[in-house]
Write a protein that binds this ligand. Structure first.
Ligand SMILES: Nc1ncnc2c1ncn2[C@@H]1O[C@H](COP(=O)(O)OP(=O)(O)OP(=O)(O)O)[C@@H](O)[C@H]1O
Length: 608
């Protein structure tokens, strides 16, 4: 078991963080009115803090100097009203955005899920599941937080800082300049920080994806890990990855600390300098004490808006990275819906035909030989064709081509004369039923798992129960009646509460429940004991009599279900005939049927 997943290479998406974040506009569009209202409310609330120093100046230079007690009370009341209004406005802002932003996150998550169902299987072969999980969870939360805080407060703080500096310069331009000057180095430092923090945020978010993959693999593979006593090495692999993530988080913390330090130290020095200059001016009588107090209060009111810029920039960078990661998955092209040709008429009676079929996996190294080459095979209508070949000869790949789980790289496959690429994908998949070697079940009831094969229209229909009983009968799944709630029993995550043979029988029942015209079975009985296998075969024989079937077989007993057998060797069909004919004519077939498969190398070249 690999200890670490192969991470998806970060796609180097060109473009500034702003351009990246602008891609979120379609999701924000429906809530723009509320968001803008909330932002305006926050700007008003924040600018109110700048009114405090003006009231203070009025109080000091007016009622306090004149010892006017009523004026002092009036000023105090004014300050109290301003404070309450500010708090209420910030609360109102939160109320305005909380619900719509949760809606934005939910919409993005739904789109990602829908998209992942529609991308080709090859995409899922390439992407570790943890990377997809982290994009649909952590990254989307980061994006929601960005809309709720950084985006709003970058605007709010920006306006507050500009208004504040305007006020400072208006109160006393020399003192104002002392405070404004440090802005130049601070902007340069922020700019440098952005680039470095962006790279660290990307690394960290990718590492979270890798860690998720390891956790997922460890949980799903817990039996193997325990069985082989690999919990220590698995824990070591986890610790290593988690240590790397910790290192990246520390790098981020160091970068942020440098920025926050800069954003704190420069204004503090400037404020100290302004205080000295201001006091000298008051002593010289060039400045009133009220103006100096108002000036310093305004400067202090700007402290938090300036200091918080560090956090806001960091959160914005993380949101840009999260957005980039989200769209890397979303930008993967979906499968097209297929052609528009009508589903072939069963009367045409041509069965399943492979003509010059070639296939190479999209991620195969350049120059490597194709998995399947020049496959010509005709499964007549109503016929069952077994596909036999050494391990790795391409049998599973061949079966996956019929429902278009992978796209042919050459040649064509027709069903009753109709090219599979000309048909609508959904209709093609309704026409062809499949059972894979690895029987995958979902965390649902037995009945729901089996009815999945009956298609969306008939799955929950009134006639579904007799069909379910029939399908379970064909698969010899009598054990279902003995489960605590019969067919309504939940099978747990991936059906792991059932045995391998039980899962395989349910997968077979799922494949036959819809009475498909074309059936593709990838070694469907491999996990059954000989008695159950014989019983399933007897029942399956009847189903196979009514359908055109391609059945991957490793054992002679499964081969005997078929009318004819195709021998796949080195990615090609090297012989077709009845079981007896192939036993007579093909040494490789005799070898495979005698159980010596292991001697054949990859692509079956060991016996040719
Ligand atoms: N997703 C994939 N990406 C790249 N190569 C693959 C992929 N799946 C299978 N292969 C390669 O394609 C070849 C054929 O694999 P396939 O699973 O079709 O063989 P098989 O005959 O069904 O083997 P088995 O009898 O062991 O199930 C193998 O060499 C395998 O390594």
């Amino acid at each position: 078991m690999p200890s670490t997943p192969s991470p998806v290479e970060p796609v180097d998406t060109p473009g500034s963080p702003v351009r990246t974040l602008l891609r979120l506009w379609p999701y924000v569009r429906p809530v723009r009115a509320r968001w803008i209202t909330a932002a305006v409310v926050a700007v008003i609330a924040s600018c109110m803090s700048l009114v405090f120093p003006v009231v203070l100046k009025w109080m000091i230079d007016g009622p306090i100097t004149d010892q006017d007690q009523a004026g002092v009370w009036l000023g105090a009341l004014l300050l109290l009203v301003l404070g309450i209004a500010e708090a209420l406005l910030f609360g109102f802002r939160r109320w305005l955005v909380a619900r719509p932003l949760a809606g934005v996150e939910a919409a993005m998550r739904a789109d990602l899920y829908r998209h992942l169902q529609r991308v080709p299987v090859a995409f899922h072969d390439r992407w570790p599941s943890g990377q997809l999980l982290s994009r649909g969870t952590t990254d989307l939360s980061v994006i929601r937080m960005f809309f709720a805080f950084p985006l709003t407060f970058l605007l709010v703080n920006g306006v507050t800082i500009l208004a504040g500096f305007g006020l400072l310069l208006a109160q006393d331009w020399t003192l104002g300049l002392v405070l404004v000057l440090p802005a130049v180095p601070m902007v340069l430092i922020c700019y440098r920080f952005e680039g470095k923090y962006s790279a660290a945020a990307r690394t960290s978010q990718d590492q979270v994806g890798d860690l998720t993959t390891v956790v997922e693999e460890s949980v799903l593979g817990v039996r193997v890990i325990k069985g082989f006593g690999r919990h220590r090495s698995q824990a070591r692999a986890f610790r290593e990855l988690s240590g790397r993530l910790r290192g990246t988080e520390l790098t981020k913390a160091r970068l942020l600390a440098t920025l926050l330090g800069t954003l704190t130290v420069f204004p503090e020095i400037a404020l100290g300098a302004a205080l000295v200059v201001g006091t000298v001016q008051v002593a010289d009588g060039q400045l009133s004490a009220g103006t100096l107090v108002a000036f310093l209060s305004t400067a202090l009111a700007l402290r938090w808006p300036i200091e918080s810029m560090g956090y806001l920039l960091a959160m914005s960078q993380e949101a840009a990275t999260a957005t980039r990661r989200y769209f890397e998955a979303m930008d993967e092209p979906e499968e097209d819906s297929g052609g528009t040709a009508a589903v072939p008429d069963p009367g045409s009676g041509d069965g399943m035909r492979f003509t010059g079929v070639e296939f190479r996996y999209p991620d195969a190294p350049p120059g490597s030989t194709a998995v399947l080459e020049r496959i010509d095979l005709h499964v007549r209508q109503g016929e069952t064709m077994a596909v036999v070949g050494a391990t790795g000869s391409g049998k599973t790949t061949l079966t996956a081509l019929v429902p278009r789980l992978h796209e042919l790289t050459g040649g064509r496959i027709t069903l009753d004369g109709q090219d599979i690429t000309a048909m609508d994908r959904a209709e093609l998949r309704a026409l062809v039923s499949v059972a894979f070697e690895e029987p995958t079940l979902f965390s649902a009831s037995v009945a729901e798992n089996v009815r999945m094969g009956a298609g969306p229209d008939t799955a929950a229909g009134p006639g579904a129960d007799p069909a379910l009983t029939r399908a379970l009968g064909v698969a010899q799944a009598g054990f279902v009646a003995e489960l605590p709630d019969g067919p309504a029993t939940e099978v747990g995550e991936q059906g792991l509460s059932l045995s391998g043979g039980q899962r395989q029988r349910l997968a077979l029942a799922r494949a036959v429940i819809g009475g498909p015209r074309f059936l593709v079975l990838d070694d469907p009985l491999s996990a059954l004991d000989v008695h159950t296998e014989a019983a399933v075969e007897a029942a399956l024989r009847e189903v196979l009599g009514r359908t055109t079937a391609l059945v991957v077989a490793h054992r002679p007993s499964t081969v005997l279900l078929a009318d004819r057998v195709a021998l796949l060797s080195g990615g090609r069909v090297t012989a077709v005939g009845t079981h007896q004919e192939l036993l007579r004519e093909s040494a490789e077939y005799r070898h495979l049927m005698s159980g010596g498969d292991g001697l054949a190398g990859p692509k079956g070249d060991g016996t040719r």
